[in-house]
Design a protein around this ligand. Structure first.
Ligand code: GLU
Length: 418
């Protein structure tokens, strides 16, 4: 395989899709060797086929705001690859949403979902709608308008969307209500549902828990565990909350959380009621963490800054991180887990929600958590299998990309050119 040649073609065709091109390049560079060792992939032109989404659905979303003004947004669903299972992936409502961003996320989702060991293809969707400052009724009307288009393209065995940035339990509720009305069916078409109507226990905390379970396995490779470790966390949403909860349960001290306004440093540790308070902060819908320092006066608020200046043993980015940061980790042989492996616990638990819906029963919390834990252990094992370098250092980025790719590529081979 010639990565440069493939990239050149893609760059010509999608010159303005920076995020998508960068994601494809990262994956192709890591799988280059394995593809060259497996000529059957080249013969079936797997690479050119896997980088192209199966279809991109774009639609208009019109809704009326509280002042009576008619608003227009763009809605999308990118069904990227369904070789190993029905399309699966979140919906993001954020002004930064563009086809390029969703193609990048949808492409990544193929490999993330493959890593979970569950039968889930890759997809992503969303809208450039900005939920910030919107009333509850506006959110409901927007979700209904969005679903009035999307419902035609999804289904429990076709494509199963879920939440992502800007789409939480409330939005999934409104989206589901509209789907049910239009389709006339109550089934597992969305995940992240409320626990009284088909949602899985542990789903809200799953991404954060999964993160910590994965980090636990990484620590084990160096003979260590979470006990007594100082942990810095960025973000203060669902992922950060779940991660803080599990890291604290395992004996670590979480000292930071952050928001768009800056970060909180709490030398006493963010545990117990302080973790519950994170949920209140998020529910206030203001997207700021500063109020934490009024509530718990020992904590300091650092305006406009990121928490990475605080000394720590383990950094858990539960918001976003930059590619430059990853290079610094690699150069210094600091263990780094890519999002598609470390964050796979969320979608994995979505997969467990699908299983429960299909069987029409609910598993207790400990059963879901044990399954999630085992999945994260398996993902870690796959990363080590494909990512261990000659000096013993585990390149998790490479390992995750190869492990995720192999399963999908083999499925595509088995199923022929369709
Ligand atoms: N948005 C989350 C992710 O990107 C969850 C997706 C899902 O549960 O389908 O993995």
């Amino acid at each position: 395989m010639n990565v440069e040649k493939i990239m050149q073609k893609l760059e010509q065709r999608y010159s303005h899709e920076r995020e998508y091109l960068q994601a494809v390049r990262e994956v192709l560079e890591s799988i280059e060797d394995i593809v060259n060792e497996n000529p059957q992939f080249e013969a079936a032109n797997i690479i050119e086929r896997i980088v192209e989404p199966d279809r991109i659905i774009q639609f208009k979303v019109q809704w009326v705001d509280d002042k009576g003004n008619v608003q227009v947004n763009r809605g999308y669903r990118i069904q990227f690859n369904n070789a190993i299972g029905p399309y699966k992936g979140g919906l993001r409502f954020h002004p930064s949403v563009t086809p390029s961003i969703l193609k990048f996320l949808g492409f990544e989702q193929i490999f993330k979902n493959s890593l979970t060991t569950l039968p889930m293809g890759g997809a992503k969707g969303g809208s450039d709608f900005d939920p910030k400052g919107k009333s509850n009724n506006e959110i409901m009307r927007f979700c209904q308008a969005f679903m009035s288009e999307l419902w035609k393209y999804i289904g429990a065995d076709i494509d199963v969307p879920a939440g992502d940035i800007g789409v939480g339990g409330r939005e999934i509720g409104y989206l589901y209500g509209m789907y049910k009305k239009l389709a006339g069916e109550h089934n597992g078409v969305l995940t992240g549902k409320g626990k009284g109507w088909g949602g899985s226990l542990i789903r809200p905390e799953a991404t954060g828990f999964g993160n910590v379970f994965f980090a636990k396995e990484m620590l084990k490779t160096r003979g260590q565990d979470f006990k007594g470790k100082i942990v810095t966390i960025s973000g203060f949403g669902n992922v950060a909350w779940g991660a803080a909860l599990k890291a604290t349960q395992l004996g670590a001290k979480v000292v930071t959380i952050s928001g768009p306004d800056g970060y909180i440093y709490d030398p006493d540790g963010i545990s117990g009621e302080k973790i519950d308070y994170m949920l209140e902060l998020r529910a206030s819908n203001n997207d700021i963490v500063k109020p934490y320092s009024y509530e718990f006066p020992n904590a300091q608020f650092h305006q406009g800054k990121k928490p990475w200046e605080v000394k720590c043993d383990i950094a858990l980015p539960c918001a976003t991180s930059t590619p430059e940061a990853i290079e610094v980790f690699m150069e210094n042989k600091i263990l780094f887990a890519p999002g598609k492996a470390a964050n796979a616990g969320g979608v994995a638990t979505s997969g467990l929600e699908q299983s429960q819906n299909a069987m029409k029963l609910n598993w207790p919390a400990d059963e879901v958590e044990n399954k999630l834990h085992q999945i994260m252990i398996n993902i870690h094992e796959s990363c080590v299998k494909y990512g261990k370098e000659d000096d013993g250092f585990v390149n998790y980025v490479k390992g995750a990309n190869i492990a995720g790719f192999m399963k999908v590529a083999n499925a595509m081979l088995d199923q022929g050119v369709v």
